[in-house]
Design a protein around this ligand. Structure first.
Ligand code: SF4
Ligand code: SF4
Length: 265
């Protein structure tokens, strides 16, 4: 929304690592960057995975991709060897073999969310539209108009560099105020869209809790997987392909797996 309204790429101002690359950032950003680095020692790539908007776009696009790495491209015997191998938590476990029982309460909750969807979307859209004034202040024209307004009203005696530059252009203040008003209107419309979008995502997330396809094999979450390949070496099929394990050893593993399953059953 900020980019579309011309306010700029606000998120770029909060890149925690830009201070290190450019050898310059304010103190708060350095602290933020160092915190992210420290957090990265226990949680894999926290900024890229949970905060970066580009990461979100890549997540969505990855889900649409036709080709994607899989732990093992053809077979999986659910040996679980890869289960803990992904540092990004992108491996989805196979479901239990017992058929899922659809609970009546789940169906009721699903129906309730479905009915409430328009209300939630409208409500969050309305909340988004109410943020127009505060969000639009991040636009340089709107913040300049507010400063000029304060000076014109005599509430501020000292001019800033920006207001001095504006007054030197000879442009009438009214023209600036009209521009700022039009930008605020754009933010109001954008707020509706943004809020409505967040409402839709919220409802879809809730609905997805009640809709589950049964997964018969270990697979990856396409959106969360970074295709680093670290899990491959854990898979016995991959080890056979690489010549690190013989097919006979794999069969032995399969037999053991069957026995374990029988034991569990
Ligand atoms: S390729 Fe990397 S990110 Fe993807 S599931 Fe395997 S270990 Fe995780
Ligand atoms: S290691 Fe390979 S065979 Fe074993 S559960 Fe993972 S993908 Fe399946």
């Amino acid at each position: 929304m900020f980019a579309a309204t011309g306010a700029g790429f606000i998120i770029c101002q909060y890149d925690p690592f830009i201070g290190f690359f450019r050898f310059g950032a304010d103190f708060n950003m350095i602290i933020f960057g160092m915190s992210m680095l420290l957090l990265g020692t226990v949680v894999a790539r926290p900024y890229c995975r949970f905060l970066c908007p580009y990461g979100v776009l890549l997540d969505w696009m990855s889900r649409l991709s036709r080709r994607h790495v899989r732990i093992t491209p053809d077979e999986c015997n659910n040996c679980r060897l890869c289960e803990e191998s992904c540092p990004f938590g992108a491996i989805k476990k196979a479901d239990d073999e017992t058929p899922p029982v659809r609970r009546e309460s789940d169906v009721k909750r699903f129906a309730a969310i479905f009915v409430l969807l328009p209300v939630v979307v409208f409500g969050s859209g309305w909340v988004g539209s109410r943020l127009d004034i505060s969000l639009s202040r991040l636009h340089p024209t709107v913040s300049l108009a507010e400063e000029v307004l304060l000076e014109n009203a005599g509430k501020r005696t000292e001019m800033t560099d920006a207001t001095k530059a504006f007054r030197a252009t000879g442009k009438p203040s009214e023209e600036l105020f009209a521009e700022a008003k039009s930008i605020q209107n754009q933010f109001r419309k954008g707020g509706w869209i943004l809020g409505g979008f967040i409402g839709v995502i919220l409802c879809l997330k809730l609905i997805s809790l009640f809709i589950r396809r049964r997964r018969l094999e270990y697979d990856i979450d396409k959106g969360a997987c970074l295709s680093c390949g670290r899990c491959f070496a854990y898979c016995p099929y991959e080890q056979v392909r690489l010549g690190l394990m013989t097919p006979e050893e794999l069969k032995e593993l399969d037999r053991r797996d069957v026995k374990i399953k029988q034991f569990r059953a």
